[in-house]
Design a protein around this ligand. Structure first.
Ligand SMILES: CC(C)(COP(=O)(O)OP(=O)(O)OC[C@H]1O[C@@H](n2cnc3c(N)ncnc32)[C@H](O)[C@@H]1OP(=O)(O)O)[C@@H](O)C(=O)NCCC(=O)NCCS
Length: 127
């Protein structure tokens, strides 16, 4: 197994709060139904939502693509029983991951009152 690349992102939690207040479709545009369900279970905590957003951007950098050729909803970040983020890919991003021989994408998320940060690492199978 090799590392394709790493990625990092930071976002102001305020941006997420503003988007939530302005636009009802904001969550649906960027997050999968399962992610939205998770946010609802966590009381729609803006820090958690900001963390998931940062994680998606961090993943996009760990692929070297940014958000290109796929969309935010092609990345799903849920939590395991202990709270650790788990990444799944869908649609165009799933195809890209097959092309790149991606075996796993890992993310780590942190947040405070004002900022959420995430880093990502994309692992690929040896060719
Ligand atoms: C790459 C991207 C995720 C960066 O996120 P951002 O919130 O705008 O900016 P950030 O401050 O978090 O990150 C900027 C840094 O990301 C890094 N970066 C830029 N492109 C990158 C890429 N393809 N892969 C990895 N890292 C990248 C650079 O270091 C950049 O800093 P620099 O401009 O000083 O060199 C975002 O700009 C993106 O997805 N862009 C492509 C979206 C796009 O143009 N879509 C059009 C659809 S065709």
């Amino acid at each position: 197994m090799n590392i394709l690349d790493i990625g990092i992102d930071i976002i102001e939690v305020e941006r997420i709060k503003n988007a939530l207040n302005k636009n009802n479709d904001f969550l649906k545009k960027l997050f999968t139904n399962e992610e939205i369900k998770m946010f609802e279970e966590k009381g729609k905590n803006p820090e958690t939502i900001a963390g998931n957003f940062a994680a998606k951007e961090a993943i996009s950098k760990s692929l070297g693509l940014g958000i290109r050729g796929y969309n935010f909803r092609d990345i799903e970040i849920l939590r395991d029983k202990l709270g650790k983020p788990i990444v799944k890919t869908y649609n165009n991003l799933e195809k890209i991951c097959i092309d790149y021989s991606v075996s796993e994408i890992k993310v780590s998320i942190s947040h405070s009152e004002n900022y959420a940060v995430a880093n990502a690492i994309t692992l690929v199978n040896n060719k």
